[in-house]
Design a protein around this ligand. Structure first.
Ligand SMILES: O=P(O)(O)OC[C@@]1(O)O[C@H](CO)[C@@H](O)[C@@H]1O
Length: 396
């Protein structure tokens, strides 16, 4: 980032700030929801109590000696954070570590009978089964006789706005779903995105998924369209290796979404079958890299992941958290050029995101002024605005 001095890293220690509210209010609400979702035993209830206490007024403890991922967390900066308040370390690190601890508390990492049981599965499934999902799938039928580029654009916007379907966000902001979205994007590089995905394209698309359910379904539909219409030869879907940020997609969620598609009537089932076949013949691959749950920005990504993204004609990075990791979780002035903060990314990259946290880059000054005039700073976190940002050249 040659011309861009680094902005301050976001911490959670300022009462009244959005990061502080996530640590002080959203995390306890998540613990309550998880506790109510399963008939956990006394050991798990005790561990959840201890986690609540630690998050409120305790410090970050070392991982258990037997934890299989101790070395990984050491590489991810565990030593420097151990013994410090959850509020005083980088917010991204603190949040990410919270999910690691929550899974530990409910026995997800085992050994034992609860090993591998996703504590968020009931809320994810409820969303997948909702009537709104039926309506969204039925709407695909009306698209079928539209020209290809019109379908492509509709599916891109479906994937973008699907990012509002974020269960963690809704838990701490109960009015979020009812609030009307503002359809005009705060930044729209979609022409540059389509230029990377021309008809008769043979390259590989990477899509770094965010939420399961009503976000993952439109992501899968977009992938199906691009494969089916020959805009890409292959696609790689990056998901989380374990449950994360409540509704983030794992491989199990991909399977649930595909089953939902193939069981639906009409066009939805055709998209589902296309994807099922593409998985079988290798045109679609699902990866769950450990770094996808790392508490760090993507600038720290390991070489194997870097090679994946370098080989893609385009990587689409979905959602708010991935955006924070893409540009660095910093309080950038909103007019900081997106191409500069993503200059480290090894290939062309596109961000599709609804705005649900303070971090934003790449806006023009007039847009920022108009947003502030209309909403103060609320536009950054309300989840009502969205953006499509693309950086195609390697260097700014
Ligand atoms: O990545 P997503 O699902 O779009 O949003 C993630 C989110 O709900 O969680 C974080 C705060 O916990 C913020 O980045 C944002 O509010």
């Amino acid at each position: 980032m040659p011309d861009t001095p680094a902005a301050p890293v976001l911490l959670g220690n300022a009462p009244g700030s959005f990061p502080h509210s996530v640590l002080a209010e959203r995390h306890p609400a998540i613990v309550r929801q998880v506790r109510d979702s399963f008939p956990y035993g006394p050991e798990q209830h005790r561990a959840l109590d201890a986690l609540l206490k630690s998050c409120a007024d305790g410090v970050i403890e070392p991982l258990p000696a037997a934890a299989a991922d101790r070395d990984r967390w050491r590489e991810w900066g565990m030593a420097a954070r151990t013994g410090r308040s959850w509020f005083d370390v980088p917010w991204l690190w603190s949040e990410s570590h919270f999910y690691r601890r929550l899974l530990d508390a409910v026995g997800y990492f085992g050994p034992g009978a609860w090993q591998g049981i996703d504590p968020f599965r009931p809320v994810k499934l409820a969303e997948l089964d909702a009537a709104e999902t039926d309506e969204e799938l039925a709407a695909l039928d009306a698209l079928e006789d539209r020209p290809e580029d019109e379908r492509a654009r509709a599916l891109l916007h479906g994937s973008l706005w699907g990012n509002r379907a974020d269960l963690g966000f809704r838990l701490s902001d109960t009015g979020a779903e009812a609030r009307a979205a503002v359809p005009a994007l705060v930044h729209d590089d979609s022409d540059a995105l389509w230029a990377r995905l021309p008809p008769a394209g043979t390259g590989t698309l990477c899509l770094v998924a965010d939420n399961a359910g009503r976000e993952l379904i439109p992501d899968l539909l977009l992938i199906a369209h691009l494969l089916g219409e020959g805009r890409v030869g292959q696609a790689v879907l990056h998901v989380k290796p374990y449950p994360y940020y409540v509704s983030d997609a794992t491989t199990a969620d991909v399977v649930d979404a595909l089953r939902r598609l193939t069981a639906a009537p009409g066009a939805a089932a055709r998209y589902g079958r296309l994807l099922w076949t593409a998985l079988a013949d290798g045109r679609l691959d699902v990866r769950a890299h450990p770094f996808s749950c790392a508490p760090l920005p993507y600038a720290n990504m390991p070489d194997d992941l870097r090679a994946d993204f370098a080989a893609a004609v385009l990587t689409i990075v979905k959602g708010d958290l991935n955006y924070r990791r893409l540009v660095g979780d910093r309080m950038w002035p909103p007019t900081t050029p997106f191409r500069e903060v993503t200059a480290y990314w090894p290939g062309p990259v596109a961000a599709l995101r609804t705005l649900k946290s303070d971090v934003v880059t790449g806006l023009d000054a007039a847009t920022e002024t108009a947003l502030v005039r209309a909403e103060g700073q609320r536009w950054r976190t309300a989840g009502t605005h969205a953006l499509i940002q693309v950086r195609t050249s390697q260097r700014p």
